[in-house]
Unconditional design. Structure first.
Lengths: 522, 340
């Protein structure tokens, strides 16, 4: 054999050494069934007390809260479902909540779920005080009179069953894990009760979890044994992986690709309303936006349907005020404006406004906000209004808005989604008057609206119908006074492999897959 | 001046560079408008949470005091916690830095073993088909946008031929059924230490496409630089002399000419190695490589200064170390360097 031939065969042998049978796997060598989720972001914080980001995808499968929110659809009303708590009662004044825990629940470390563990878990979260810990802000005391009973007392009436269902800061952690710090959790350890437990965490790459054999609920037939949460930031790569069967689920693919994805028989495109709503807050402290009619005119000039079709491929839906559908307090009959340039012109003339320069700030690299701004700008030009679009990093946009209303933007475009499912979260954050602005970045201040929001909040723990009426009334007022332009409710679009069964979106938890209920066809 | 003194001088200069960078990072953190407390308090903090964070971070302490604690933290290798995730930065760096170093080292090695011999051969056979093809290849490698090359390689080797994995650092198969124990964080080394040749094979396969993508640019440059330096050297009289002595063409080329012509190419490769530590963001994203570039770019976007500072510090150290090694190699190859 000549030297060249030796080299050649060595090269070929090298390739054979490298080429495995296949790089796609749905079933591991030992026969276990694997679910692969391609998540477009990393998992920055796996500490269930402080996590307040995209880690929810992992944590919601590993940890459980006392309750879970199930959104309403059609004629079925929204409800709060028991998880670790089997039942609960509230005192007449709404200040004392008693939860009865489910029997026979084990933590992943083998210890039993007890009232003391629940008390310790919530107290750990409150003590660290990071992330979404503020949801427990009204809690004044937690008692564990017996191993199955947790009594929580509040300083003001709150819908604690819904707070306990939050997707952040409400996870119950085992006593052993409560003693650990953030580094322990972020090294790939967990202390949950959920249907899956974390096997390993490779930062920036993946989390592997496997089914917890002693979970209190029975696993579905053909359910997955392992879940691989893959970090795939590149949407092209995510799409390739899904098309090639290397991933079962992803989101965040460009709207433009959805048609071709829908045509692929191997894939299913799941589109649902989300709890995420997009709006622009008018700077109500600055002339002439302090005049209701001017704000109404701007809202009348907004191209709602065009933005839904151009920005979300027609999948978004009109926003009826700030509360999206599926959240209690949503008002399908709110008097929202429809695009009408003539009516807008008339209102501006009434206020004597003929020309105007406005600045709109929005998040850099958010294509939907940009499209909304550009189409609005085109309409406003016809009314003699020049809209300057100012993309900014969120931190900078927020800093500027908080500093001095007089020097700030005219229109602040942002999204809102609830930390736990309550109208209060949207209304109090965005429209209740604030001395120093935090999220009320339109600086809207209306004593009547404040009173309605507060009365809704007081009633929320005891009289949900009364609370809903108060929140609706507050929202009507906000819509009538055009405190903001309510752009659209964002769609939740997830792409899955077609053979995935049992997939249901729960917008209360954002982009979370409850892997427990899934299985693969065939 | 001997090699020892030369080395000492370089070391002293390096220490100055590291100190200067640390100071600059701290100054930059003060100048750029941002509110660390708001970042630390979480994605959607209440005003009360922000105030609590400000107290926890001692942000109201006087500037010299804060620089002192910052410098101590950097020097001790305890980089504190990320404002954004509150994770210990040292823990994150232990995860991300080896992935990046591994990729940068392999890609630099590839660039070295492709670029320099190819450049030398081109010079030796000036005007031949090899020279022309090499010249074209080098320009294509330098001119092609990284993301395009990455996707091209993925389309050919992963998607249509199925020879190599599309992305990632290790297969899920391995992570799921028999995870590799982390010792050094370098997958190749850990695999050998654990005696896991299945993992070694898998890690090597995952490395090829991203490393090739990253190697293209420096390989092209190194090739052109080596070629032009070699052409000049090959025309010198001492080459004519050794040729007259009857040495084989290969020995003349690689034993006598190349050591004299290699310095510019080595410098470029050293710089591109250092650049790859944080500059490989695109490659890292496209190949879902869990590296430092992605980690740092996220921190930059959210102005997470402790992370930026720690990464800058570590990268500066790598940069300085790399330069030191290069200087040494050059001084060994060409004693005149140490004398300057």
């Amino acid at each position: 054999m000549k030297r060249r031939d030796v080299l050649k065969s060595a090269g070929l042998a090298g390739f054979a050494f490298l080429a495995p049978s296949a790089w796609t796997i749905a079933v591991a060598q030992d026969g276990s069934r694997i679910l692969t989720l391609a998540n477009p972001t990393g998992f920055p914080d796996l500490d269930p007390s402080t996590s307040f980001s995209n880690d929810g995808l992992v944590l919601a499968n590993v940890y459980e809260g006392l309750t879970r929110y199930i959104p309403g659809s059609g004629d079925t009303p929204a409800k709060v479902e028991p998880v670790l708590a089997e039942s609960w009662t509230t005192s007449e004044d709404g200040l004392t909540w008693t939860f009865t825990l489910r029997q026979g629940v084990k933590f992943h470390d083998g210890t039993d779920l007890t009232a003391a563990a629940v008390k310790g878990a919530i107290e750990r979260t409150m003590k660290i005080g990071g992330g979404a810990a503020f949801i427990w802000g009204a809690v004044t005391g937690i008692e564990a009179p017996d191993p199955q009973t947790v009594v929580i007392t509040l300083s003001s009436p709150q819908p604690l069953d819904m707070i306990a269902a939050a997707g952040f800061a409400a996870w119950i952690i085992s006593p052993a894990a409560q003693a650990q710090d953030s580094a322990w959790f972020n090294a790939g350890n967990d202390g949950g009760t959920g249907p899956f437990r974390i096997d390993s965490y490779e930062p920036g790459q993946r989390v592997i979890a496997s089914r917890f054999a002693d979970h209190w609920a029975q696993a579905p037939d053909g359910g997955f044994d392992k879940v691989s949460f893959e970090v795939v930031e590149d949407s092209v790569l995510a799409q390739n992986m899904l098309e090639g069967g290397q991933a079962d689920w992803t989101y965040g693919l460009p709207y433009d690709n959805l048609e071709s994805l829908k045509a692929n028989p191997d894939l299913t495109v799941v589109s649902n309303p989300s709890f995420e709503t997009l709006f622009g807050l008018y700077n109500t402290k600055r002339a002439p936006l302090d005049k209701v009619k001017v704000r109404q005119a701007l809202s009348l000039a907004f191209p709602y349907d065009d933005v839904i079709s151009a920005g979300t491929a027609g999948l978004g839906s009109r926003a009826y005020g700030v509360l999206p559908q599926g959240i209690w307090g949503h008002d399908p009959d709110a008097p929202i404006p429809n695009t009408d340039l003539e009516a807008a012109r008339a209102l501006l003339a009434e206020e004597g406004v003929t020309s105007l320069d406005l600045t709109m700030t929005y998040a850099t690299s958010d294509p939907l906000e940009q499209v909304a701004g550009e189409l609005w700008k085109a309409n406003l030009e016809q009314l003699g209004i020049n809209l300057t679009l100012q993309p900014m990093a969120w931190e900078a946009q927020w800093e500027m808005a908080k500093a001095d209303p007089a020097a700030a933007q005219d229109i602040f475009v942002m999204y809102w989604w609830p930390t736990y499912v309550t109208p209060y979260d949207y209304l109090v954050s965005l429209f209740r008057s604030e001395e120093a602005p935090n999220y009320n970045l339109g600086y809207y201040a209306n004593p009547e609206v404040d009173a309605l929001i507060d009365s809704g909040a007081t009633l929320a723990g005891t009289d949900r119908a009364g609370a809903e009426a108060a929140f609706k009334a507050a929202q009507r007022k906000i819509v009538e006074e055009a405190a903001a332009v309510f752009i659209l409710d964002k769609p939740n679009i997830h792409v899955t492999r077609a053979d995935l069964q049992g997939y249901v979106d729960n917008p209360a938890y954002g982009h979370v897959v409850f892997a427990d209920s899934l299985s693969r066809k065939g | 001046m001997g090699l020892g003194r030369y080395l000492l001088r370089r070391l002293a200069l390096s220490a100055l560079v590291v100190l200067g960078v640390t100071f600059l990072v701290f100054v930059a953190a003060q100048v750029v408008p941002s509110d660390p407390a708001a970042l630390y308090a979480g994605p959607r903090p209440t005003a009360a949470q922000i105030e609590k964070a400000r107290a926890e971070l001692h942000l109201d302490a006087p500037l010299p005091e804060r620089f002192a604690s910052f410098a101590v933290a950097m020097a001790s290798g305890d980089f504190g916690v990320s404002y954004k995730s509150r994770r210990p930065i040292a823990q994150d760096l232990r995860a991300y830095l080896p992935a990046t170093l591994e990729l940068a080292a392999v890609s630099t090695l590839l660039a070295l073993i492709i670029g320099i011999p190819a450049g030398a051969m081109s010079a030796a056979r000036r005007g031949s088909w090899f020279d022309r093809a090499g010249g074209f290849g080098a320009i294509a490698a330098v001119a092609m946008p990284t993301f395009f090359l990455a996707m091209l390689l993925q389309a050919i080797f992963a998607q249509s031929l199925g020879l190599l994995p599309l992305s990632g650092r290790l297969s899920r198969e391995i992570a799921i059924s028999a995870p590799l124990e982390t010792v050094t964080g370098f997958t190749l080394i850990d695999a050998v230490l654990a005696g896991r040749f299945d993992v070694l094979r898998d890690a090597a396969a995952h490395l090829i496409l991203p490393a090739l993508t990253l190697a293209a640019y420096p390989a092209g440059i190194a090739m052109r630089l080596t070629r032009s330096a070699m052409i000049e050297i090959l025309g010198r009289r001492h080459i004519l002399a050794v040729r007259a002595l009857g040495l084989s063409p290969a020995r003349i080329l690689f034993g006598h000419a190349l050591p004299n012509a290699i310095c510019p190419a080595l410098t470029i490769l050293g710089l591109s190695f250092a650049y790859a530590l944080t500059g490989a963001v695109l490659v890292e994203i496209i190949f879902a490589w869990p590296g430092l570039g992605r980690y740092v770019s996220e921190a930059v976007l959210s102005k997470d200064f402790p992370v930026i500072a720690a990464a800058t510090f570590v990268v500066t150290l790598c940069y300085v170390a790399m330069n030191l090694v290069l200087d040494l190699v050059q001084a060994l190859l060409d004693p005149r360097v140490a004398l300057q």
